[in-house]
Design a protein around this ligand. Sequence first.
Ligand code: GLA
Length: 388
Amino acid sequence: MMEVDFVRSRFIKHFDGKTGNVYASPGRINLIGEHTDYNGGFVFPGAVDKGVMAEMRVNGTEDTVMAYAIDLKDRVDFKLSDPNGPRASWARYIYGIALEMRKLGVPVKGFNIAFAGDVPLGAGMSSSAAMESCFAFGLNDLFGDNKVSQWDMVLAGQATEHNYCGVNCGIMDQFASVFGKAGCLMRLDCRSREFQYFPFKPDGYRLVLLDSVVKHQLSGSPYNDRRNSCEKVVKCVQAKHPEGKFETLRDCTWEQLDEVKDEIGADDYRRAKFVLGEKDRVLAVCDALTEGDYEKVGELMYQTHEGLSKDYEVSCEELDFLNQIAKENGVTGSRIMGGGFGGCTINLVRNDLYRKFIEDAKKRFNEKYGHEPKVYDVVISDGSHKVC
Ligand code: GLA
């Protein structure tokens, strides 16, 4: 995690020399359950030790926000009453979350904010959710007496993506960032919003991310397109079964999917098939974890990769290559993590294979693409909190 002094020194320098409160929120990993959240399925994320830290202070104005992005050395001032909001994409997260928190009854007025992050951007580790939940947490504390619930902050973060950033995302990322707990993964049922903490200490194994450094960009992307495919399939199933209630693919069975196969077209069929399989895989992973069967967990991770690559089509050449290297090194499990179209693979690897795997991946990736993948060891950490 970031150093408070780093953020504080910039906050002091770029504003009026006064200090404010400091808040932090993490990025996330996801062991399994990809593209299932907006389909009412299950996900299995955990917060990480990388995230966003922000210093914030009420500035006494009615609605002027003075914002400084430390890493980008970019300053933007804007008014919350401006219907268009700021243009800088990072500032739109602040604008969006402030308006969403107002909708929840928090009387947000003008404030100063400086923030920095160490969660890699575009790596599929939810840098944007880390911002949203950090800012939501801060505004709730500064203006709202902390009355807004954790779940409402999750939903405000998601609404920020939908309404101001053009990404029609699910709730996994914001959920993980807000609810994360050190040492625990969380199994969330995205339909009922029930969740359980799962202590995750895989004896003899570790989780490591390999970042292809292919930047994924979810806004205006095929991400929304995938979601549309899923929704189209649900509508078709609903039309065939007017007596039932089909809100998401979670409500559809394999048989019902097959009934509409000819109407929905091959792409949408394959995508929906992936989602139904992925929902079952999360539950199978939970059972395997309970039994300490990490080899089974790994096998299911490889199945997810295959599905994301061939059926859901959200992989890319570099990620498939990293997955192949993992397989050839005898790594227990490996798959694309997050929305896809670039970013990281998540790898469950036996301790005794770790060094050789990382060396081989670096060498072969470098030979092929001219740079090494970045390596992040996963440390499962706490969710949003006030630092000081
Ligand atoms: C992105 C979205 C999430 C989720 C994942 C895919 O991270 O923000 O809501 O859909 O992709 O599992």
